[in-house]
Design a protein around this ligand. Structure first.
Ligand code: ZN
Length: 662
C-alpha cells in the first residue's frame, strides 16, 4: 500500500549526514508537512509513496541544509565598513560609533531580511544569531522562512537597544516568552563575552537560559589579548573563569574558542558546550587559528560560522567549510585532519548539535524537520568526478563546489528557493534601502573623520575643553641651583610632584590640525620608584592666534582626556604622517605668584638629550587672560634667576615639529 506524502524528491544523490553517514547515489526523500517522512533508495520510495509534488532532482546532491553556527545578521548593512584594521580599531573606531547612531528596529529588520536572502542562496537553513533588537531579527527571519536561534545581546555598557544590562535582561526574557513555541525561532540569551559583561550579567543570563531551557550564546577566547587580560584580572584563563559562574550548565554556544588549552577543551567537552568556529573572521581580524582538530579529538561539537558580515565580508558557508578543512591541515602540518566528510558534518549534523538544534535538524532522517538543499554538482568546476571512494562526494562538495551551485532550499517543509529563485524575500527593494542607508553612513563617517578633533569625539569619552597655556622657558646649566632658588625665594608652594614622561606627538597632513600628544606619565615617589602611570591624550592646536610676545609660547589645547587605549590603537586610528617622541624627567611645583597659580617645571630632556629647561606655565580659558599671565610668568622666571629667551622657547617648539621618530 502506498503512503501519501506532500513532496517526493527523487533521482537525487542523498547524503543523510546521520551517525552512519548513509548515502544513496540514487536516492529519494519524502516530505510530509514540516517533516521528513522517509529517506531511502529512489526506487523504493517511488513505490512506497505517492505525492502531490514530485521533484526530479536530476542527480543533484540532496543534503541537510547548512547550519551557520555564529553570526550577527543585521550587520549585513555594514558590509565593508572598515577593513584591514585591527579588532579594536575596527570595533571602537568604526563599528560601534556607527551602531550607536544607526542601529534601531528598522535597521535590524532590513539587515536581517537581506542576510536571510544571502543565507538561503548559499544553502543555509539554520543559523545562530547574536545582536541587538533580536525580537526584530526573529521577526524578519520567520518572515523569510529560515530557522534560527535568536540571541539577545547583553553588555555591561549601554547598547543601541538598552541603557543598562537590566533592561537587556528584561527584553531577553520578554523575547524568550514571545518566541518560545515558534516552529522556526528558538529565542535565547547572549551575554556578549566575559570581558564585555560582569559576573552579575553572566549569572543572570545563565539563570534565564536555565529557567526557559534555551541556549546561551557567548564569545569565548577570541583573541590572545583576551586570555592575557583574563589571566591578569582573574588569575585564570577564560573557560575556567566563566565555568565558576556555572554558565556551562546552560546549553552554551561558544563562538571562536581560538585560544583555549587542553584542559579548557576537556571542560567544554564535559559540559556539552557547542563551539562555533569562524575561520574567515579569525583570519581577517588576525585573531589566530582555532585548534579545531584538537577540539574534535576531545569530542567537542564544533560547528562552523561566518560571524557577522562586517568581519567576513559575506555569509558564504561553502567558503567557510572549505577554509575550516584547509586551515586545520595548514596549521597542524597534517593533511589528514578535518577530512571533507568531517567538514560537511561540522556544517550540518555537528553544527546542529553545536547550536543545540539537533533534535530537529542536521541530518536527513525520518521524523526530523524537512530542512534540506539541492546542490548541482554537474557544473564545469565540479567535473569530472570519481565514485570509487564513497567519501569522494564530500570532497567534491568541500573542495570544488561553490555556494552558487545550491539550486533549491527547503526549510520546515517549505520551499524558500527554487532553481536559484528566492521565493520569500524580495531583495530589489531591500537593496535600494540598504544602499540609501550606506550613503547616509558614508556622509556621517566623512563628517566624523574630517578632522583629528571630530575623530577624537567619535571614539567617545571626549570632553571638549578649550584652553590656553602660556609658557616661558629658559635653558639652565645648573638645575640644582634653580631648584634651590624655587625653594628659597618665598614662593607659596601648593604641591610638588616628580614625573617621568614619555610623549608621542602625532603630526598630520594639515598643520592647522595641530598635534595630538599621547602622554605616559609615571609618578615617581619619594624613594624614586614608579608609583603609578597615567595615560593622557591632548590635542594641541596651532601656535599663534594673535599678536603675542615672541618669548612667550601660547598653545591652545582643544581636548584633554584620559587615554584608555594603547599608543598602537591611536596610531592606527589617527594615521599621523609623522611622529615625534620626547622623554623627559620632570620635577614640577604648583605655586601661587601674585595671586596667579603657575606650574614651575624643571625638565631634563633625555630623548632627544637636550639638557635641562626651566619653564613657567599657566593654563587659562581666555586669550585676554593669557596675555595678562604671560607678563607675570616672565617676571616669575626672572625671579628664579633666568630670563626667557625667544630662541629657546622657539627651539623647544622646533623639537616637537622637526624631530621625526626614526
Ligand atoms: Zn561574533
Amino acid at each position: 500500500m502506498t503512503q501519501k506524502a506532500d513532496k517526493l524528491l527523487y533521482n537525487a544523490y542523498v547524503l543523510c549526514m546521520d551517525e552512519e553517514f548513509t548515502q544513496y547515489e540514487r536516492g529519494a526523500v519524502a516530505v510530509t508537512g514540516d517533516q521528513i517522512a522517509a529517506v531511502g533508495p529512489a526506487e523504493e520510495l517511488q513505490k512506497d509513496f505517492s505525492a502531490d509534488e514530485l521533484i526530479d532532482c536530476q542527480g543533484m546532491v540532496l543534503m541537510p541544509g547548512l547550519v551557520n553556527a555564529h553570526t550577527h545578521v543585521p550587520m549585513n548593512l555594514l558590509r565593508g565598513l572598515g577593513d584591514d584594521l585591527r579588532l579594536d580599531v575596527w570595533l571602537l573606531g568604526y563599528i560601534m560609533p556607527v551602531e550607536r547612531e544607526y542601529v534601531n528596529p528598522e535597521f535590524v529588520q532590513l539587515g536581517t531580511s537581506l542576510a536571510c536572502a544571502e543565507l538561503i542562496r548559499s544553502g543555509v537553513t539554520s543559523f545562530a544569531d547574536m545582536y541587538y533588537f533580536e525580537d526584530q531579527v526573529a521577526e524578519a527571519t520567520a518572515e523569510a522562512g529560515l530557522r534560527a536561534v535568536c540571541c539577545q545581546t547583553i553588555l555591561k555598557f549601554p547598547s543601541p537597544d538598552a541603557d543598562s544590562y537590566e533592561e537587556s535582561l528584561a527584553s531577553s526574557e520578554a523575547m524568550i516568552k514571545k518566541w518560545k513555541d515558534h516552529p522556526l525561532i528558538t529565542p535565547a540569551v547572549a551575554p556578549h563575552s566575559p570581558y564585555t559583561t560582569t559576573v552579575d550579567i553572566l549569572k543572570s543570563a545563565t539563570d534565564l537560559a536555565l529557567k526557559y531551557d534555551v541556549p546561551l550564546h557567548i564569545h569565548i577566547a577570541e583573541t590572545a589579548q583576551e586570555v592575557e587580560d583574563s589571566l591578569e584580572l582573574h588569575n585564570m584563563t577564560v573557560v575556567p573563569y566563566v565555568e565558576q559562574y556555572d554558565i556551562f550548565k546552560a546549553k552554551v554556544i561558544a563562538a571562536h574558542c581560538v585560544h583555549i588549552d587542553d584542559r579548557e577543551m576537556r571542560t567544554l567537552a564535559r559540559y556539552g558546550v557547542g563551539v562555533a568556529h569562524n575561520p574567515t573572521s579569525n583570519l581577517k581580524l588576525s585573531s589566530g587559528i582555532a585548534p579545531v582538530s584538537n577540539m574534535l579529538e576531545h569530542g567537542i561539537q564544533v560547528g562552523i560560522g561566518t560571524d557577522g558580515v562586517s568581519s567576513n565580508n559575506d555569509l558564504d558557508m561553502f567558503e567557510e567549510l572549505r577554509l575550516a578543512a584547509l586551515l586545520a591541515k595548514g596549521s597542524t602540518g597534517d593533511p589528514t585532519v578535518v577530512p571533507a566528510r568531517t567538514a560537511i558534518a561540522m556544517a550540518t549534523s555537528m553544527g546542529a548539535r553545536a547550536i543545540h538544534l539537533a533534535d530537529q535538524v542536521g541530518c536527513l532522517v525520518a521524523g526530523k524537520k524537512a530542512d534540506l538543499i539541492l546542490v548541482n554538482i554537474n557544473t564545469l568546476h565540479n567535473s569530472p568526478h570519481f565514485r570509487n571512494d564513497p567519501d569522494s562526494i564530500y570532497a567534491q562538495l568541500v573542495y570544488a563546489a561553490k555556494s552558487t551551485d545550491v539550486s533549491d532550499v527547503m526549510v520546515n517543509g517549505k520551499w524558500l528557493m527554487r532553481s536559484r529563485e528566492l521565493l520569500t524575500v524580495d531583495t530589489d527593494k531591500l537593496l535600494t534601502r540598504a544602499q540609501a542607508l550606506a550613503e547616509k553612513i558614508d556622509r556621517f563617517l566623512i563628517e566624523r573623520f574630517q578632522s583629528v578633533y571630530t575623530k577624537l569625539i567619535a571614539i567617545g569619552g571626549a570632553e571638549e575643553q578649550e584652553s590656553y597655556e602660556v609658557q616661558v622657558k629658559a635653558k639652565v646649566q645648573d638645575p640644582q641651583s634653580v631648584i634651590d632658588r624655587i625653594l628659597d625665594c618665598e614662593l607659596e608652594i601648593i604641591y610638588y610632584r616628580h614625573y617621568h614622561e614619555y610623549d608621542t606627538y602625532f603630526r598630520f597632513e594639515k598643520p592647522e590640525e595641530g598635534w595630538l600628544r599621547y602622554r605616559e606619565d609615571e609618578f615617581i615617589d619619594r624613594s624614586g620608584e614608579v608609583e603609578n602611570i597615567r595615560y593622557r591624550l591632548t590635542l594641541i592646536g596651532p601656535q599663534r592666534e594673535r599678536h603675542f610676545p615672541q618669548d612667550v609660547l601660547l598653545s591652545r589645547s582643544r581636548f584633554i582626556a584620559p587615554a584608555p587605549h594603547s599608543l598602537r590603537f591611536y596610531r592606527e586610528y589617527f594615521k599621523p604622517v609623522a611622529e615625534t617622541f620626547i622623554e623627559k624627567d620632570r620635577k614640577r611645583w604648583k605655586v601661587c605668584f601674585r595671586d596667579i597659580e603657575f606650574f614651575i617645571n624643571v625638565d631634563r630632556l633625555d630623548e632627544p638629550a637636550l639638557g635641562t629647561f626651566l619653564e613657567v606655565k599657566s593654563r587659562t580659558w581666555s586669550l585676554e587672560d593669557a596675555e595678562k599671565k604671560a607678563q607675570v610668568a616672565k617676571d616669575l622666571l626672572q625671579l628664579l634667576g633666568s630670563s626667557p629667551a625667544e630662541t629657546e622657547t622657539q627651539d623647544y617648539v622646533q623639537i616637537v615639529e622637526s624631530h621625526p621618530e626614526q
